[in-house]
Design a protein around this ligand. Structure first.
Ligand SMILES: C[S@@+](CC[C@H](N)C(=O)[O-])C[C@H]1O[C@@H](n2cnc3c(N)ncnc32)[C@H](O)[C@@H]1O
Length: 261
């Protein structure tokens, strides 16, 4: 990918031009990019692009590099959102979840919320690059749900920060990504609790909350969802077999297992 980027070639062209000798300038460009990767800079930062689901997204150091694990969260939302659903993505970053859900479900509208103005600018450019989604995706600068207070949604989805500060020491590659996108606090599930609390305030009765979780966080996340009044809690594993998505349903008045009944 780095050599293709340095030479301005598609990956297939690396094969069709495999026997073309490189100029000194081209070799120098390849070596410079490989040296950056040697410093653990993400490939997506070097190329400025990252594939996510069906989309090819712009990525800068202002946003989390979208991870394949998050595609599991998108799958869950795409499968369970009711027809014509209003969906909100808490902490949209590059817009990966918001844009993918809108792309895969042409009947829904999606609001992406983001506290970082710099990250939101990246999401806006990604939306501009996908004009077919423009009518159904709204991107708002917002600390939590502030910008949508008083509105009602059918689904809240979020991949919130879920690392602890010590993780940044354990995984040096993470130093290239924004700390505010990664670290939740000393426990790791602080933002899950915040999103669950805020979701309970904006969801329609019977609406769904879908969260991405980190390895080992599923028991704590179950407690958080139950404590915020969500029932019918389930999880889905990522390709490595690690529970990665957790979801639950807000209380429906009159339902037998409704905390309100
Ligand atoms: C783990 S990243 C996820 C980004 C993107 N949704 C994805 O899955 O690739 C978490 C995002 O939440 C944003 N964020 C953190 N706290 C927030 C808050 N209080 N309100 C809104 N966004 C917040 C961060 O800036 C970051 O972009």
């Amino acid at each position: 990918m780095l050599i293709g980027h340095a030479l301005g070639l598609q990956r297939i062209e690396l094969y069709t031009e495999a026997d073309r000798p490189l100029t000194e300038d081209e070799l120098a460009e390849c070596r410079a990019l490989i040296a950056r990767r040697g410093e653990l800079e993400p490939v997506a930062h070097i190329t400025g692009r990252r594939a996510f689901g069906r989309l090819d997204l712009e990525v800068t150091p202002d946003v989390l590099v979208p991870r394949p694990d998050t595609e599991v969260v998108v799958d869950v939302v795409v499968e369970m959102a009711p027809q014509g659903a209003r969906i909100v993505d808490w902490g949209t970053g590059s817009g990966a979840i918001a844009l993918s859900v809108a792309d895969l479900r042409p009947d829904v509208t999606v609001t992406g919320l983001e506290r970082s103005a710099a990250a939101l600018a990246v999401a806006r450019r990604n939306l501009d690059a996908n004009p077919a989604l423009a009518d159904r995706v709204r991107l708002l600068e917002s600390d939590g749900m502030t910008a949508v207070a008083g509105e009602r949604f059918d689904v809240v989805v979020s991949n919130p920060p879920y690392l602890v500060p010590a993780d940044l020491e354990r995984y040096p590659a993470l130093r290239h990504e924004p700390e505010q996108a990664l670290v939740a606090g000393p426990v790791g599930t602080e933002d899950h609790a915040r999103v669950a609390r805020e979701a309970a305030g904006v969801l329609q009765p019977g609406g769904w909350l879908v969260l991405e979780i980190g390895e080992g966080q599923s028991p704590a996340a179950r407690d958080i969802l139950a404590g915020a009044g969500f029932g019918e809690v389930s999880t889905r594993a990522d390709l490595a077999g690690i529970p990665r998505a957790i979801w639950g349903r807000s209380a429906q008045p009159g339902a037998p297992d409704s905390p309100a009944s």
